[in-house]
Design a protein around this ligand. Structure first.
Ligand SMILES: Nc1nc2c(ncn2[C@@H]2O[C@H](COP(=O)(O)OP(=O)(O)OP(=O)(O)O)[C@@H](O)[C@H]2O)c(=O)[nH]1
Ligand SMILES: [Mg+2]
Length: 359
C-alpha cells in the first residue's frame, strides 16, 4: 500500500502537428486554462480528471517535428495522438496527406484525434469544415474544431482523448491492481531469496505459491477476461524488462492455472442458455438500463449483467441472443441499451474465440 501515485490511471497523449500549428497553446489551454501569445518550443503538461470514480491523469506531450528521428515513429508509451492543424493555414491541411508524421501516427495503430485550431480567427480561415471532416473520416480519426484563444471545445478535446484511449485499450490497471500484482510477486521473491538450503527453500516457495493461488482465487475481478488480460500484459511487460526474474514467471504460471480453473468451473456451472433466449435478452436490456442510470443499484446491475454475459459459452447461443437484441434495437424504446448489450455480446464472442485457443 505504499503507492504514492496521485492517480489510478495514466494516459499519455502525444501531440503532433506542423510547426506553429498551435500544439503548445492547445495543451496550455486544456491543462491550465490560459492562453498567451508567448511562444514555447516543447511542452509536457498533465491534467487529472475524475471519470467513473477513477482519477485519470492525462499527460500531454508535444512532438518536435524538426528534431524527431524519422525512423523513430510515435513513442510506444503513447496511448493516443492529437494531431493539430491550424485552420488558417491551408498548407498544413495539404501537408496532412503527404506528411511522414501523419503516416507515422496512422501506422502506430493508436487512436488519433485531429484538432482544427484557431477557430476564433474565422475571417482568416483557409480550411473548410467539410474538407477536414471528410479527411478525418476517411482516415478513421475523430475530428474536433477548437480554439486555444477562446477556449471553445478544448474540454471536448480532453474528454475525447480519454474516451478514445479507454475504448482502444480495454481495461486499464488501477493502483489497486498494480499493488495486487506487486504483492504476489514480492511473496514469491521473498520465498526464493530466504535461504540457500534447498529443502527449506522449496517448502517456503510452496507455501508462498499456495498463498498467491489463494489471492488469485479470491480476486473475482479475474473472472473478467479483459481484466485478466491486463494482469497478464503487466506481468509480461515486467518479465520482458527483466528476464532473470523467476518470481514473475512463477506468478504468471499460477495465473494460468487460475485461468484454467475459472474456465473449468464455468463449464460445470448451470448455463444461462438453459433459459429461454427471449427472457435472457429482455433481462439483459433491463439490467443495462439500470446500469446506465446513476442510482445506487447501478453497480449491482452492471455486475449482474456481466456475470450473465460471461456465463454464456456457446457462440451459437450468442448469435441467437444478438438477433433478439437486434429486434429490441429496432422496435423498442430501448435501442441504446440494446445496442450496448449487442456490443457486449460481440465482445463475449471474441473472448470465447480467444479462450478456445488458450485452453
Ligand atoms: N488566435 C489564435 N491563435 C492561436 C491559437 N492557437 C495558437 N495560436 C497562436 O499561434 C502561434 C503558434 O502557437 P504554438 O502553440 O506555439 O504552436 P506550436 O505548434 O506549439 O509550435 P511549435 O512548438 O513551434 O511547433 C502562437 O502565436 C499562438 O499564440 C488559437 O486557437 N487562436
Ligand atoms: Mg510548441
Amino acid at each position: 500500500m505504499n503507492d504514492k501515485r496521485d492517480y489510478d490511471m495514466l494516459y499519455n497523449v502525444f501531440v503532433m502537428g506542423d510547426k506553429y500549428s498551435g500544439k503548445s497553446s492547445l495543451m496550455k489551454r486544456i491543462t491550465e486554462d490560459v492562453f498567451t501569445d508567448q511562444y514555447d518550443q516543447l511542452e509536457d503538461k498533465a491534467k487529472t480528471v475524475v471519470h467513473t470514480g477513477k482519477k485519470i491523469k492525462t499527460r500531454f506531450w508535444e512532438d518536435s517535428p524538426n528534431t524527431r528521428r524519422k525512423d523513430f515513429g510515435v513513442p510506444r508509451n503513447a496511448h493516443a495522438i492529437i494531431y493539430v492543424v491550424n485552420l488558417t493555414d491551408k498548407e498544413q491541411f495539404n501537408n496532412l496527406s503527404k506528411s511522414n508524421d501523419f503516416a507515422d501516427a496512422r501506422r502506430s495503430g493508436k487512436p488519433i484525434i485531429i484538432v482544427g485550431t484557431s477557430s476564433d480567427r474565422a475571417a482568416e480561415r483557409e480550411i473548410t469544415d467539410t474538407e477536414i471532416r471528410e479527411f478525418a473520416k476517411e482516415h478513421g480519426c475523430k475530428y474536433i474544431e477548437a480554439s486555444a484563444k477562446t477556449g471553445q471545445n478544448v474540454d471536448q478535446v480532453l474528454v475525447a482523448s480519454v474516451k478514445e484511449v479507454m475504448k482502444a485499450s480495454g481495461y486499464q490497471l488501477n493502483a489497486l491492481d498494480r499493488n495486487n500484482i506487486k504483492e504476489m510477486v514480492d511473496k514469491i521473491k521473498k520465498a526464493l531469496s530466504a535461504t540457500n538450503v534447498p529443502l527449506i527453500r522449496d517448502a517456503l516457495l510452496n507455501k508462498a505459491k499456495s498463498e498467491v493461488a489463494k489471492m488469485l482465487q479470491d480476486n473475482h475481478n479475474l473472472h473478467d477476461p479483459q481484466i485478466r488480460k491486463a494482469y497478464f500484459d503487466e506481468l509480461k511487460e515486467q518479465i520482458g524488462s527483466d528476464r532473470s526474474n523467476v518470481a514473475l514467471g512463477i506468478v504468471s504460471s499460477l495465473m494460468r492455472d487460475n485461468e484454467r480453473t475459472i474456465l473449468l468451473t464455468r463449464t460445470v456451472r448451470p448455463m444461462p442458455e438453459a433459459r429461454q433466449p427471449e427472457e435472457l435478452v429482455s433481462e439483459m436490456i433491463k439490467l443495462m438500463k439500470s446500469a446506465q442510470c446513476s442510482s445506487p443499484n447501478s453497480k449491482d446491475a452492471e455486475r449482474e449483467l456481466n456475470s450473465l454475459i460471461y456465463d454464456i459459452h456457446s457462440n451459437d447461443s450468442i448469435d441467437k441472443l444478438i438477433k433478439i437484441a437486434e429486434r429490441y434495437y429496432n422496435n423498442h424504446d430501448a435501442n441504446r441499451a440494446a445496442q450496448n448489450v449487442m456490443e457486449r455480446l460481440f465482445a463475449r464472442q471474441q473472448d470465447l474465440k480467444i479462450n478456445l485457443t488458450v485452453s
